[in-house]
Design a protein around this ligand. Sequence first.
Ligand code: B4P
Length: 183
Amino acid sequence: MRIILFGPPGCGKGTQATFISESLSIPHLSTGDMLRSAVISKSEIGLKAKEIMEKGGLVSDDIVLSIVKDRVANSDCNKGFILDGFPRTVNQAERLDLFLSQKQKIDCVLRIKVDEAEIIQRLIERGRNDDKPDIIKNRFKSYNAETQPLIPFYETRGILFNIDGMQEIEKVSLEIKKVLSEF
Ligand code: B4P
């Protein structure tokens, strides 16, 4: 299965991707994790991404697409994968379609819905470098302006499934399992 985990910053995409990856034995591809590793290793991509991530903006589509394209070409993705945090712009989604062959189309997009106030609380508790109030505000701005338009993009294809992310972690996982069991 080829799954996209979609939702605002901190809605629990990474948390749920870990469970899905274990239960379906398919790799979890998180662009956030890949970019954070690039920043730590001080690679060329990392140096370009660092400043943008620290401000809560979106890293350029070209950079993100190049890392996802390389990763998806890996043989461990032949049976499927979970994209966590990608695509985040309509351009990323259109280019994803272009590089996935006809046989490799996306099966489902799981949209995790959580209220903004609840997310802010969760992120402040987590305390990652980019979980500071001003940066969170910018991450929401980027989400509202650039990522939300993906909802109608996938809704019109009939592959978008809404998940109530306001519940406890285990209950969110159960709801996701139920959706995935229909495939
Ligand atoms: P990401 O790493 O994708 O970060 P995120 O959206 O904050 O995390 P996620 O939704 O996975 O939340 P999590 O499970 O951790 O992106 C970071 C940055 O990278 C972006 O701002 C951007 O700059 C850059 N980037 C990444 N992808 C990009 C792309 N495609 N294009 C351009 N730029 C890109 O959960 C958050 C917290 O909530 C955790 O502490 C968790 O324990 C808790 N939690 C989760 N579910 C819960 C629940 N049900 N109840 C209570 N707590 C819960």
